[in-house]
Design a protein around this ligand. Structure first.
Ligand SMILES: [Zn+2]
Length: 286
């Protein structure tokens, strides 16, 4: 596997002058964070997705997190239809054959709600208990948000506040959202779109010091920054330039400066040990 080491972007926080990880006790374990699969039926995307997930599987992660835009809608028609059934099948087949039962947490992206997809149906197809939910794994609590319309969703906000209030202070928390809460890449991406109420979220996390990690996607740019002790990692994309080579910035599938890939993240009982963005082997992007 080709490893692409991320040039870390550091945001001055006043508290943490570098990206030195919040190391601590406990045995570290590996998770993989992938995002923006945008499965299409063109450009050999289903087969190339399987290469990506095969690379994930080889890392033997404890957990795989997919922060959304699993499907691709308006960009991709087949004989005049969006053929979502074919795309769901391609996704399910890639997951079942390559991840082979590895625990997978999915979040909803904006394209997972492209017409005629519906919230309830996409949640069901992605095996989600609802549009937002909590899951505990290896002593961490993962809070998966629905960032679509988050600014208007007072019920989800109240749920999140309640989760943060009732999670024991010694339990580290990771937040997953499709739209970034904090992102350097969003600036590069023409002032890209953050989750609604992101300033309120940043302030909320400052009151709950066990929030250690926020994972997101949407920009297709991999970035990493630390603010108020929280590591914000935007996970690039599995699809790069939406699987297209010709339009990509380097003729090798990249979107701007980020090649197709995913995050490999090491966590311990007390925080984030390491975050690395990696390419995966794909002959189409050589
Ligand atoms: Zn998106």
């Amino acid at each position: 596997m080709v490893s692409f080491c991320l040039a870390a972007a550091v945001v001055a926080s006043g508290l943490s002058p570098s990206l030195s990880p919040s190391r601590g006790g406990g045995t570290a374990f590996t998770i993989v964070h992938l995002s923006d699969v945008h499965i299409r039926m063109r450009f050999d995307a289903p087969a190339r997705l399987r290469l990506a997930l095969r690379a994930v599987r080889r890392l033997a992660p404890e957990l795989v997190i997919n922060s959304g835009d699993t499907l691709d809608g308006p960009r991709d028609t087949i004989a005049g239809t969006l053929d979502f059934e074919a795309k769901w099948s391609a996704w399910n087949e890639a997951v079942s054959r390559e991840l082979r039962g590895l625990p997978l947490l999915n979040a909803l992206g904006n394209h997972d709600l492209d017409e005629p997809l519906s919230l309830a149906d996409s949640c069901r197809r992605l095996g989600m208990p609802g549009p937002y939910y909590a899951r505990d794994h290896r002593g961490w609590r993962f809070l998966v948000l629905n960032s679509n319309g988050f600014e208007r969703d007072t019920r989800q906000w109240d749920w999140l506040v309640s989760q943060l209030r009732t999670t024991p202070a010694a339990t580290p928390i990771a937040i997953v959202s499709h739209h970034p809460i904090f992102s350097m890449g969003a600036l590069v991406d023409g002032g890209g779109e953050l989750i609604g109420r992101w300033r309120d979220l940043v302030a909320l996390f400052a009151k709950h010091r066990n929030v250690k990690l926020c994972l997101s996607g949407h920009t297709h740019l991999a970035d990493l920054c630390r603010y108020n002790g929280v590591t914000y990692a935007c996970g690039g994309s599995v699809s790069g330039y939406w699987w297209e080579i010709e339009k990509s910035s380097d003729g090798k599938g990249s979107y701007l400066q980020t090649p197709p890939g995913f995050h490999v993240i090491r966590l311990s009982a007390s925080g984030v040990v390491d975050v690395e963005y990696r390419r995966y082997e794909d002959p189409a992007t050589r």
